[in-house]
Design a protein around this ligand. Structure first.
Ligand code: ADP
Ligand code: MG
Length: 322
């Protein structure tokens, strides 16, 4: 929802799709298929897969595996299914890559926010819970596929990476079913399969302070794209915007950026990286992306200024080879 897909609503019978609320956002699946019934079956399969992943990874579900980990892992090593274990591992690797800007333990502070009810932690709570934000407190045992926390009160939350995983898995299903053109979107994360039948998909990046207007649109195919913004889950109080992306070093919402978009080959990466670039800010964020040859980024800062990663920048005349 951070992202606007400019695919025209399917006019022809062959674009088949649906949008359903899931994971606290809207998931959309569109694909091209000659056989409408068969296409509909594949769409359903993607939604089933998204629900399955949500059941495992949602901290809002008492019965999820991740809730079990959050309840017990400070006392004992807790088993995580291979898939969950692997995603936690990836999240921790990205923490290393981003020097802690991306950190799934943000949730010890994050759990105290409720944006719908305009609730936020007081300074004392932030100060106390902040001591528990550190990805290095999460210990993984590869042999036994278990997770353990080195401190009481540590919590993990995959909100910054799980939607990317869902759209990546969704597109895996499309591919396995022989679909060549499609798109799976979960909130701000999309994975495109192929193109829009001869034309690229047009992906719009929202004007973070506009009324749904598109600031930039990008023609993309066969790629993942994620946007993190401070306008999706938030409330304003005394001129301060309290939103859902937490600066791990302070425990407060990250300031300085209004939206960060990252695109590249893997949705798990674009999802985590868009959150990371948001937290790191324009300079450090774009430096991070410059070190990742397959990924590009567009950042809109708090003044509405738009910044592009090197791979997107028009070369200046004096930079061109003679
Ligand atoms: P969206 O959920 O709108 O797609 P993001 O991909 O940017 O947006 O993810 C934001 C979510 O990531 C938050 O709702 C929260 O669950 C989680 N999160 C917040 N701060 C961090 C952080 N510093 N590191 C990792 N995850 C975070
Ligand atoms: Mg993200």
């Amino acid at each position: 929802m951070v992202l606007i897909l400019l695919i025209s609503t399917p006019v022809s019978a062959e674009w088949i799709g649906d949008a359903r609320p899931l994971m606290g956002t809207e998931i959309r699946v569109y694909l091209w298929h000659d056989d409408e019934l068969e296409g509909q079956r594949i769409v359903d399969a993607v939604f089933d897969e998204a629900s399955r992943i949500d059941e495992m990874m949602s901290t809002y579900k008492e019965g999820s595996r991740i809730s079990d980990i959050n309840r017990r892992a400070a006392d004992e090593a807790v088993f995580a299914d291979f898939e969950l274990f692997h995603l936690i591992q990836q999240a921790l690797d990205i923490s290393v890559l981003t020097r802690g800007a991306f950190d799934i333990t943000y949730d010890s502070v994050g759990q105290h926010y409720n944006f719908r009810e305009r609730r936020r932690p007081d300074d004392e709570t932030i100060e106390r819970e902040r001591q528990r934000i550190d990805y290095r407190l999460v210990e993984l045992d590869n042999m036994n596929s278990t997770v353990r926390f080195q401190k009481q009160g540590v919590r993990i939350n995959l909100g910054g990476i799980a939607k990317g995983y869902v759209v990546e898995r969704g597109v895996d299903i499309l591919r396995k079913e022989g679909v060549e053109n499609g798109v799976v979107t979960a909130g701000g994360d999309s994975r495109l399969l192929g193109d829009r039948r001869g034309r690229p998909f047009m992906i719009g990046i929202r004007d973070p302070r506009g009324d749904g207007e598109v600031a930039i649109s990008l023609p993309l195919e066969d790629e993942a794209i994620s946007t993190s913004g401070d306008y999706e889950r938030f409330f304003d109080e005394d001129g301060i915007r309290y939103h859902h992306i937490i600066q791990p070093s302070t425990g407060a919402p990250a300031a300085g950026v209004h939206s960060a978009t990252v695109f590249g080959p893997h949705a798990v990466m674009t999802d985590a990286l868009s959150t990371s670039v948001f937290v790191m800010g324009v300079d450090l964020g774009l430096k991070l992306i410059a070190g990742l040859p397959d990924y590009e980024s567009v950042v809109i800062d708090a003044d509405g200024q738009i910044y592009y990663s090197d791979g997107l920048r028009q070369p200046e005349a004096n930079e061109l080879e003679p």
